[in-house]
Design a protein around this ligand. Structure first.
Ligand code: ADP
Ligand code: MG
Length: 477
């Protein structure tokens, strides 16, 4: 074993990585070596941890999926049994004064280690290396299960079909399973419950949960970085593909085309497809006929607003989950008056509990009325402007709103700016270009990068995910 510097630095990292490459070169084809390994840049070696830089999140996922065992073995051979690998993903902010931002990601897992399908609680955070799925970086919220999903007439068919599919993915007639209905009625809950159950039955199942926006952004990114073939292979290798909110495919012709071929390949191979939409497939605007016809090959099940009794049951279930015993008249009042979505029902309960536990208010019917008034009078998302979003986000992070359009690269400001761009893309109909204009005339690729960055954080960082949830709620109420 050669003597290694403990103080670390990039020259150590470089020479060690050079030796790793020597071994790797002998173990993979020239093509693979060129495509994947030549692009990895060694940054730092601290005696146990080798930090390398990779060009994208997608690149990282691919490397981990295909070469983690080879990498692990190589690194241990060159640097000793304790050596570990850590990745940094470069996020180009998209303009010339670029200061590269990075996200740290866990490195290769040991060859003999068991796979971790999804974290036991909450989502993975970059600080906890073993968290993301070893093979499919997909994050199922353990909160969404069939057990805590209340069945009612409104979701009977969708729930039965979801359970059947979860027990026998790819083997029922429900392929694809399309669940549609207005927002806030449990579509995401149901499809996440499928994912959770499939993984419960088989920890090694390749289940991927994504939404059509994330699919689109990854595809755009793959085009920009010449990795369309990798993107295609990646999506075609899953057993169960869940795509939430396919209505956002509308008008994106190239993405639809890619999705069409992915769909066909998976369907032909007997893999399970699960899709959700806010409207019936046939009513999807600007979606190619041939895709729509495929969406109706399996089962299309709707979810509607639950009736009063089901709303009561949901409220009871939720208050139990929150560990409180709500007076019957309070629950009934909420169930009678909040009729627009289950999300609002839940929102009411949460703000009621917040007023009680944080503001020290007494849990009375009066207080319930006050909360319900607040929720049901809220302005709708349609009227949101980018300025509303900027103001809300700046206030939330305690930043001056003007900084969001300025050139500052302080971490807090960058995060607030990226968050504002992401929420603008999500909650308004503005194009990437015009969003960029609202942020000091930034380029559309900067906006795209920001959105991707926040999506990455949502997957890997609890704090940012909570920020997103909080801000969405605040903006939509
Ligand atoms: P959608 O995806 O249709 O917009 P979600 O799945 O996000 O809706 O549901 C919104 C919230 O309502 C979630 O917190 C979910 O757990 C809850 N919810 C919806 N329907 C039910 C139900 N039948 N039982 C329990 N919780 C539900
Ligand atoms: Mg949803």
């Amino acid at each position: 074993m050669p003597k290694l510097s403990q103080t670390g630095g990039s020259s150590d990292a470089e020479s060690l990585w050079e030796r790793c490459l020597g071994i790797i070169r002998d173990n993979v084809s020239a093509q693979v070596f060129k495509t994947w390994f030549e692009q990895i840049r060694p940054l730092k070696w601290d005696g146990t941890l080798l930090t390398v830089e990779v060009p994208s999140q997608f690149f990282y996922e691919w490397i981990e999926e295909h070469y983690s065992s080879l990498l692990q073995k190589t690194i241990q051979k060159v640097m000793g049994a304790k050596a570990r690998l850590q990745y940094q993903v470069v996020v180009d902010e998209g303009d010339s004064t670029l200061e590269q931002r990075t996200i740290r990601l866990p490195g290769a897992r040991g060859a003999g280690q068991t796979k971790i399908a999804f974290p036991e609680s909450g989502a993975p955070s970059p600080a906890k290396p073993a968290a993301p799925s070893a093979h499919y970086p997909t994050y199922f919220n353990p909160r969404y299960t069939f057990e805590n999903f209340i069945r009612g007439e409104n979701n009977q068919l969708a729930t039965s079909a979801a359970m059947a599919v979860a027990d026998n993915p790819g083997k029922t007639r429900y392929n694809p399973l399309v669940i549609y209905g207005p927002t806030g009625l449990g579509k995401t809950h149901l499809v996440q419950a499928i994912g959770n159950r499939v993984l419960q039955r088989d920890r090694n199942a390749r289940v991927l949960y994504t939404n059509s926006e994330k699919f689109t952004m990854e595809y755009i990114n793959a085009i920009q970085t010449n990795r369309v073939a990798d993107f295609t292979n990646f999506y075609r290798s899953v057993d169960v593909l869940i795509v939430d909110d396919i209505q956002f495919l509308g008008g994106k012709e190239k993405t639809q085309d890619m999705f069409f071929h992915t769909f066909n390949a998976l369907h032909q191979a007997g893999r399970q497809l699960i899709l959700t939409s806010d409207k019936q497939p046939k009513d999807l605007a600007d979606v190619d006929e041939r895709l729509i016809s495929r969406f109706t090959w399996g089962l299309t099940a709707d979810i509607g607003m639950p009736d009063f009794e089901t709303r009561m049951a949901i409220l009871q279930q939720k208050s139990m989950e929150e560990g409180t015993d709500m007076p019957g008249d309070v629950l009934e009042y909420i169930a009678r008056h909040v009729t627009s979505s289950v999300r609002e029902l839940e929102g009411c309960l949460i703000s009621l509990l917040a007023k009680v536990s944080l503001d020290g208010r007494e849990l009375t019917l009066e207080l319930a009325k006050e909360v319900v008034r607040g929720v049901t009078n809220s302005p709708s998302a349609r009227s949101l402007t980018i300025d509303d979003i900027k103001n809300e986000v700046a206030a939330y992070y305690g930043q001056d709103v003007a900084l969001l359009s300025a050139k500052t690269r302080k971490h807090e400001v960058v995060l607030a700016r990226q968050m504002s761009m992401y929420l603008s893309k999500q909650l308004t109909k503005m194009s990437l270009k015009s969003i960029g204009m609202h942020f000091g005339g930034r380029d559309h690729t900067t906006v795209l990068h920001s959105c991707q960055q926040i999506l990455n954080y949502i997957d890997t960082d609890k704090k940012v995910r909570a920020d997103v949830e909080h801000l969405r709620k605040a903006l939509l109420h």
